[in-house]
Ligand binder design. Structure first.
Ligand code: AGP
Length: 608
């Protein structure tokens, strides 16, 4: 999704902005641009394609100045062309960058055209530039112009604005899209994400919904939605700077898969003691809230939704209270029934997913309490929920979520323990689960040792166009996640089904060109699953099985089997996810796709 970087400094800013854009590449984009003001002129360069194309253009036509804004665009209104790329300008003195969607842009645009403004792009953003210019033409100062214009905008936005007549300051505004201020020494910055600025600062100020800020070299002034001057806390970035680099790995995705033993341990750190969960980890007042929970509603998108689906099995089995799970894009738009005592749980890596956030805002006042399981401290979901449990996975750069998913599962299992001890879960069972959790980093490490075998297996996939993923019980959401990974990064069509559904339709698809992947831990469903696998074999389908127990599933012709380590049943959804991540990764590498930034996708989906 679009990325913003801005800088005001005593030194030239173009290189800082460019590096910021590079660090935002993971968000997904299709064009990039920059505008720099040197007090006499504001110059702009834009290119379609990668940030490198912009870097090449800058090498030929350097932009010099101490104030600048830059942007990576993920097309919403208008194709990914140079004209549609940001920054957008009105005249030659004002430039803006925008992330989000201006929903009423058509009405505003029509009025601006009547006033004589000429549009050079198809974007919703350009209306903001002209609206600001109209205010400036009427004699307003830039800050007043921004305040007047944001009041006219419907939708979501994070904005960065520079004006040549004010070469020492930039204006930022946010409503519904993320924006953070990077606090430097004698220089300050803005960005969509802290990662963009780690090369220049590790201190950040998160703007609240509706905030407008004026940022200069030696000061940051913030006004809230009501126009009152406010102080926002400055917080230090919590993870090491190197955690955002690729290190020895070819792709961020691989690095993130391999980080799992470490981050799974971090997801539990300080939260378990003497075989029990420390529920203070969920924040002040958590215990009182948990005491009153009678049912759970989980909301999320994509991978995070799959994590929620696994949690449903855990909560209904171990806690014994109802748990509904739904994708946020559906939930937010339908009338929902919320019985008394509902705990609303949002699950999100980024904490900024527009649909998830909108769902929270929609029902917040009608539920007992809201809890978010999230990876980004200071994100909107964290700030707007009553309780939060940070997943501590560290920055996840690969668009395809890996370590974020497995750490979300840990967070959701801890939530299950917190709720369970008030309902069906005995102290002995809690201690047993805690002991199992403590084995998780080591078990994950053992699965990573299977990497070479999985890479070999991946060769059977590279030429295929379709695939089927089957699982039963809590392994059904695990194969949903496996299928999502494969389609996201290898572009192979992958469908997931509960294995029991096979004969109700998808079996018609099975032939020698349709590889069927399944996870088969040794649980109560294994015999039923094996019967489903026979149905596939009988139709000539090629099977790829990640099996839990060597005696029970044996390789045979047309059936490749890799055996997983012995895993406590409760951990199976977490541990069995890892080989599916590795399989997708290797298939994508064989196919030569852009693993970390797959086509058409964005890391953080901050628009509907
Ligand atoms: C996962 O690989 C995806 N890229 C995507 O489905 C993602 O999980 C989804 O957009 C939700 O994001 P969030 O966890 O940041 O809310």
């Amino acid at each position: 999704m679009c990325g913003i970087v801005g800088a005001v400094a005593a030194r030239p800013v173009a290189e800082i902005l460019l590096e910021g854009l590079r660090r935002l590449e993971y968000r997904g984009y299709d064009s990039a641009g920059m505008a720099v003001s040197n007090g006499n002129t504001t110059e702009r360069l834009r290119r379609t394609g990668k940030v490198q194309a912009l870097a090449d253009a800058l090498a030929e036509n350097p932009l010099s100045g101490h104030l600048g804004i830059a942007h990576t665009r993920w097309a919403t209104h208008g194709k990914p062309t140079e004209n549609n790329a940001h920054p957008h300008m009105s005249g030659d003195r004002l430039a803006i960058v925008h992330n989000g969607i201006i929903e009423n842009f058509e009405v505003l645009k029509a009025a601006l055209i009547k006033q004589g403004f000429r549009f050079t792009s198809d974007t919703d953003t350009e209306v903001v530039a002209h609206l600001l210019q109209a205010e400036l033409n009427g004699g307003s100062a830039i800050l007043d112009a921004v305040n007047t214009v944001v009041a006219k905008l419907e939708g979501a936005f994070a904005l960065g604005v520079i004006q040549m007549d004010n070469p020492g300051q930039m204006i930022a505004a946010r409503k519904g899209s993320p924006l953070v201020v990077g606090v430097g020494i004698g220089e300050n910055f803005i960005a969509s994400d802290q990662l963009a600025l780690l090369q220049v600062t590790d201190r950040f100020m998160f703007l609240d919904e509706g905030d407008v800020a004026r940022i200069s070299c030696d000061g940051i002034e913030v006004w809230d939605q009501a126009g009152a001057s406010v102080e926002r806390d400055v917080v230090r970035y919590e993870h090491s700077v190197s955690s955002a680099d690729k290190g020895e790995y070819k792709h961020y995705m691989m690095k993130e898969i391999y980080e799992q033993p470490k981050v799974l341990a971090a997801a539990m750190e300080g939260r378990l003691s003497n075989g029990r969960l420390l529920e203070q980890a969920f924040g002040a007042g958590a215990s009182e809230i948990f005491d009153q929970v009678k049912q759970v509603q989980i909301i999320a998108c994509g991978t995070s939704y799959h994590a929620g689906m696994v949690a449903k099995y855990w909560i209904e089995d171990l806690v014994g209270i109802p748990c509904n799970v739904e994708v946020a894009s559906e939930y937010r738009y339908r009338p929902v029934v919320l019985p008394e005592g509902t705990l609303f749980i949002s699950v999100s890596q980024s904490g900024e997913t527009a649909d998830t956030l909108a769902a929270l805002r929609e029902i917040k006042d009608r539920v007992l309490a809201s809890l978010t399981i999230c990876n980004v401290p200071g994100s909107s979901l964290v700030r707007e929920s009553d309780l939060c449990l940070m997943t501590n996975a560290g920055p996840e750069i690969g668009v395809a979520s890996t370590k974020a998913f497995t750490t979300q599962l840990v967070g959701l299992l801890l939530t299950t323990l917190a709720l369970g001890r008030r309902h069906n879960l005995s102290e002995e069972k809690e201690t047993e689960i805690v002991a199992a959790l403590q084995q998780l980093p080591e078990l994950t490490r053992q699965v990573l040792e299977m990497d070479k075998d999985i890479e070999l297996m991946s060769q059977s996939f590279a030429e295929k166009h379709h695939s089927l993923f089957l699982g039963r019980g809590p392994m059904y959401p695990v194969v949903m996640e496996g299928a999502l990974k494969l389609k996201e990064i290898s572009y192979i069509h992958a469908e997931s089904y509960p294995a029991g559904e096979l004969k109700h339709g998808p079996l018609a698809l099975v032939d020698k060109d349709m590889p069927v992947v399944t996870v088969a831990p040794r649980n109560g469903m294994l015999d039923k699953l094996k019967a489903n696998l026979q149905e596939v074999r009988a139709r000539g389908g090629e099977l790829f099985v990640f099996a839990g127990c060597s005696e029970q599933v044996k390789p045979e012709e047309g059936m490749a089997v890799l055996h997983m380590p012995e895993v406590p049943a409760i951990l199976e959804p977490i541990v069995f996810t890892v080989p599916l991540q590795l399989l997708s990764y290797h298939v994508a590498v064989l196919k030569g796709t852009d693993v970390d930034q797959p086509r058409n996708l964005a890391k953080s989906v901050t628009v509907e």
